[in-house]
Design a protein. Structure first.
Length: 375
């Protein structure tokens, strides 16, 4: 049986993490005698979502290892040594890394093994974004220098291009083993939800991390403008955690049209509660939230961002330029005036994601990759 370590930042509500969870659960379910999965988190998280998610994973036979503490910086210092210990102890066949900080963790562990001349497991790296190491170029180069001809998977053509451009920027040869495997989603069921839906208003949800990449800082400003122009029309449900938590909480205190929730487990099965999902991202790799919303037939109000527009039908009516407040206000005015046929929009996106983002195909392609590496 092949043992596979899935390395993620932490147990939280994020697209890369959801992919890692899906692979661990579904590849194991499809081939219980072939694969064993261990999820390795760089740093620990202790919110309600992470506690519940850990219980769910462990109930399905998927173990959790923490490479560090609740401090990200401390974890980056001690994590390579902790991971090295577990690799030596458990001898995984494959280590599968998701996103930049897990790559940094893995690069440190790989250097430790190289220092002592020890054989290292095979590496799979999934590139989840279309912008890589834009703020910490030197750290990115340090990370990339540890990797050579490993197995590279892009979640989209854009993310694979970003990887190749990064290697070129650092004067490093790109891996010769590359492929695109689109993120896939199952058609969500419907579970009871904790959201305070107001049927007299139009309910709009933001679901994700409170970070600049996701445009949460811009959304805070836009919500205030929308409330001023269209009072008592929209109710925003903001779901997640992150560095902009204080800004979100202050907005909710000032305006009655914002409700804040911590990350919610199995959010894909609760999106049906909303009229729209809003995604003001600056960039994405390939947005799972958008795909999951479309499978729930909930229209997505989306910024024109790489990796996000790929998940929506051509000429999608609810796209806006992130820097243009007027474009987003116009969309909200049309929503208020009932200019859109919500059922038609939901059906349009459902057909699009059904044709392009099959969950079973994603699981089959990764299972094939794992099997090939362990032959």
């Amino acid at each position: 049986m092949a043992k596979i370590f899935q390395i993620i930042r932490s147990i939280h509500l994020g697209g890369a993490e959801i992919v890692a969870f899906n692979l661990s659960e579904c590849c194991r379910n499809n081939s219980p005698d072939e694969f064993e999965f261990v999820v390795v988190e760089l740093h620990q998280s202790h919110d309600d979502y992470s506690v519940e998610k850990k219980k769910q994973l462990e109930s399905k036979g998927i173990r959790i290892i923490s490479a560090g503490t609740s401090s990200k910086n401390v974890s980056l210092l001690i994590g390579p040594f902790v991971l090295a210990y577990h690799v030596l102890k458990e001898k995984p066949d494959i280590i599968h890394s998701h996103t930049d900080l897990p790559d940094l963790l893995l690069s440190g562990t790989k250097r430790i093994f190289s220092l002592f001349g020890l054989k290292f497991p095979k590496i799979v790296r999934t590139i989840h974004n279309t912008e890589l190491w834009s703020e910490h170029a030197k750290l990115g180069k340090f990370t990339e220098e540890a990797f050579q001809n490993d197995y590279i998977v892009g979640v989209s053509d854009g993310s694979l291009n970003a990887y190749n451009n990064l290697r070129k920027k650092y004067n490093l040869p790109a891996s010769s083993i590359q492929q695109v495997i689109y993120n896939g989603c199952v058609v969500p069921g419907k579970q009871p939800h904790p959201f305070k839906i107001d049927s007299s208003k139009i309910n709009i949800a933001y679901c994700g991390r409170f970070v600049e990449q996701k445009g949460i800082d811009i959304l805070i400003d836009r919500i205030a403008e929308i409330q001023q122009k269209f009072p008592e029309t929209f109710l925003f449900h903001v779901i997640g955690t992150g560095p902009y938590q204080d800004g979100i909480n202050k907005l909710a205190e000032k305006t009655a049209n914002v409700l804040v929730y911590q990350a919610v487990p199995n959010i894909s099965e609760k999106l049906y509660a909303f009229d729209f999902i809003i995604m003001p991202s600056r960039f994405e790799g390939l947005s799972l939230m958008s795909i999951e919303a479309s499978f729930s037939k909930v229209p997505v109000i989306a910024a024109c961002a790489p990796g996000l527009t790929e998940t929506l039908p051509p000429h999608w009516a609810l796209l806006f330029k992130l820097e243009s407040a007027d474009e987003l206000i116009t969309i909200f005015k049309k929503i208020k005036d009932k200019a859109f046929d919500l059922q038609a929009l939901g059906n349009e996106t459902y057909r699009f994601v059904s044709d392009n983002f099959s969950h079973s195909r994603m699981i089959a392609e990764y299972s094939k990759l794992y099997s090939t590496l362990t032959e």
